[in-house]
Design a protein around this ligand. Structure first.
Ligand SMILES: O=C(O)[C@H](CS(=O)(=O)O)OP(=O)(O)O
Ligand SMILES: [Mg+2]
Length: 233
């Protein structure tokens, strides 16, 4: 498999297969939202669009990064989200990096959103699809965020090679600027457990697939194929 690792601004044309990586924290949060029962996540283009969607659908739950804000129900923190009951709910998510990265590749034929918590499921889905080339969108810090690069490279290795040791990749992510900022309280809307939760390898058994639905980009959990189906097709 040919893997490319690019920042959001380096995307010139829609890749065929895109894995959009945001470890801290958008796609760790998205995975927790599904674990808490959310049916789907609508990725909003802007804060205004998120609020407009919420106004049109008052039963939806709107989520943004940074501090809490009027009109939004939740912030972009896995530690805070893990105690929220989201059964059957639609979540609208808008963050600085993760959701922007996913929307930047909305024309791709397959868009997966990922972090360490869904790494193996993501790799297995790519393996099952037999994808020749995968573009990993490293959403943080113009493509240089250590936590996203480490996760992207780990997933790429898991697609092609068995038995990749995760420890070095997780260490690299733990030493990232994002981890330090979360630990030091620089990033708002955070819980003390956020870094640890973002570094929980394979916490969830599903991948996350984004598709266009009624002109919105919608993220849903996707059960991965069983081991028996793992050979490329
Ligand atoms: O909530 C986060 O951790 C970040 C916010 S920022 O990029 O540090 O301002 O958003 P995300 O899109 O989840 O990286
Ligand atoms: Mg990030």
């Amino acid at each position: 498999m040919d893997s490319r690792f690019v920042g959001i601004t380096e995307l010139v044309e829609a890749p065929s297969v895109a894995v959009v990586v945001d470890v801290m924290r958008a796609f760790t949060v998205a995975a927790w939202a599904f674990a808490q029962g959310a049916e789907k996540i609508v990725l909003a283009e802007s804060l205004d669009e998120a609020l407009a969607l919420k106004a049109r659908h008052p039963d939806w739950a709107a989520l943004k990064d940074g501090p809490p804000a009027p009109g939004f129900d939740m912030v972009n923190s896995p530690g805070l989200l893990r105690s929220v009951d989201l059964r059957g709910r639609t979540v609208v998510q808008k963050t600085t990096a993760g959701t922007v990265g996913a929307l930047a590749v909305k024309e791709a034929s397959l868009v997966l959103c990922a972090g360490f918590v869904v790494a193996e499921a993501t790799a297995r889905l790519l393996r099952a699809r037999g994808s020749d080339g995968v573009t990993f969108v490293v959403t943080g810090e113009d493509g240089r965020a250590e936590e996203d690069l480490a996760c992207a490279r780990y997933i790429a290795r898991r697609v092609t090679g068995a038995g990749t040791d995760a420890a070095g990749f997780l260490r690299r992510a733990a030493g990232s600027r994002a981890a330090a900022e979360l630990a030091e309280g620089v990033r708002q809307g955070a819980h003390p457990d956020d870094v640890a939760l973002c570094l929980e390898l394979d916490r969830f058994p599903f991948a996350m697939v984004a598709t266009s639905e009624d002109s919105l980009m919608v993220l849903r959990p996707h059960a991965v194929p069983s081991l028996a189906d793992d050979a490329p097709i």
